[in-house]
Design a protein around this ligand. Structure first.
Ligand code: AHR
Length: 306
């Protein structure tokens, strides 16, 4: 192989299996749970020795996990960075130790020479798809359409990029106005709490754009508890398309979901194997995704795996 390390390089298990250290963001959403499960199953299927670490949405935990993977001399390190900034030092340490790094799901702002590839969705595109749907939905609107936005984790790539793509798309219709935008940290509980506050502060909300299903589901409860009908009084557009979100969409409580595919495990194992074998991989591997309206959600729900 092209590994270059020769002979019995310390690979942890000693079984000749590829050892992959993976630092996960946490378990903040249904998407994340599906992503974790898929990665664990794919590792098993591919005969990869997976060292899995859950960072509970804290960057310092991720940095500690990566340092521990370096110490253990794993073959490949993969991680889904909770935020975009602050990775240079630890990525340089991995590079100095000659351990290739694969970014999974989320991007970093470090120099691209510090990682081998970034495997995941185009979040700007996802935000655009959400905005494009609203532009179409309100093409005949003669009055302002008041939108509130529930953003993901502050500083996270999907929060930054979905917001950007959404704003770019809705600029096509000057009636579409974001009147408030706040982080709900990608969780159901925070989504509900922030929406309760937004409903108190604004009596004229027409649309909610939530950066993931879970925040949308939490907000949906807040809307119902405020005596309003989600999907009608306030239209709800989200990202992810996990089962609970798809159920809300099929039930008419959500109006549109942009898919974000969490099933990255197979691609991650393939990529890790190629990287270990010294093969070149594309610097950016973009996930293929679709969108769902209420009718499409009804069709897809019975066979939805997560
Ligand atoms: O990085 C992907 C995002 O993280 C998903 O959209 C969200 O649900 C998750 O927490």
């Amino acid at each position: 192989s092209a590994c270059g390390s020769g002979g019995d390089s310390a690979s942890g298990s000693g079984s000749g299996k590829l050892v992959l250290g993976f630092s996960q963001v946490g378990a903040e959403s249904g998407w994340r749970t599906a992503n974790t499960k898929d990665i664990q199953e794919a590792a098993k299927a591919a005969g990869v020795d997976l060292k899995f670490s859950d960072a509970q949405q804290k960057q310092e935990n991720q940095i500690a996990a990566i340092r521990s993977f370096i110490k253990q001399k794993v073959d490949v390190i993969a991680f889904s960075p909770v935020v975009v900034t602050g990775w240079d030092a630890v990525l340089k340490e991995a590079k100095a130790a000659d351990i290739p790094v694969v970014l999974t799901d989320r991007a970093v702002d470090s120099d691209a020479s510090l990682y081998v590839t970034f495997l995941g969705s185009d979040f700007v595109e996802e935000g655009k798809k959400a905005g494009d749907w609203l532009v179409g939905e309100y093409k005949d609107a003669k009055e302002p359409v008041n939108i509130v936005q529930l953003e993901g984790t502050v500083g996270a790539a999907p929060a930054i990029d979905r917001k950007k793509g959404f704003e770019q798309a809705i600029a096509a219709n000057p009636n579409l106005k974001v009147i408030a935008s706040q982080s709900g940290d990608f969780t159901r509980a925070k989504g509900k709490e922030v929406m309760q506050a937004l409903l108190k502060a604004h009596k004229d909300i027409d649309v909610l754009f939530a950066h993931n299903d879970d925040m949308g589901l939490g907000a949906m409860q807040a809307i119902q508890e405020a005596g309003l009908t989600p999907g009608k009084d306030i239209k709800i557009v989200t990202v992810d398309a996990v089962k609970d979100g798809m159920q809300a969409l099929a039930d008419g409580k959500f109006n549109f979901i942009v898919e974000c595919n969490p099933l990255l495990g197979g691609q991650l194992m393939d990529t890790a194997k190629k990287v270990k074998a010294g093969e070149t991989v594309a610097k950016r591997i973009v996930t293929v995704e679709t969108v769902f309206d209420q009718a499409k959600a009804k069709e897809a729900l019975p066979t939805r795996k997560y």
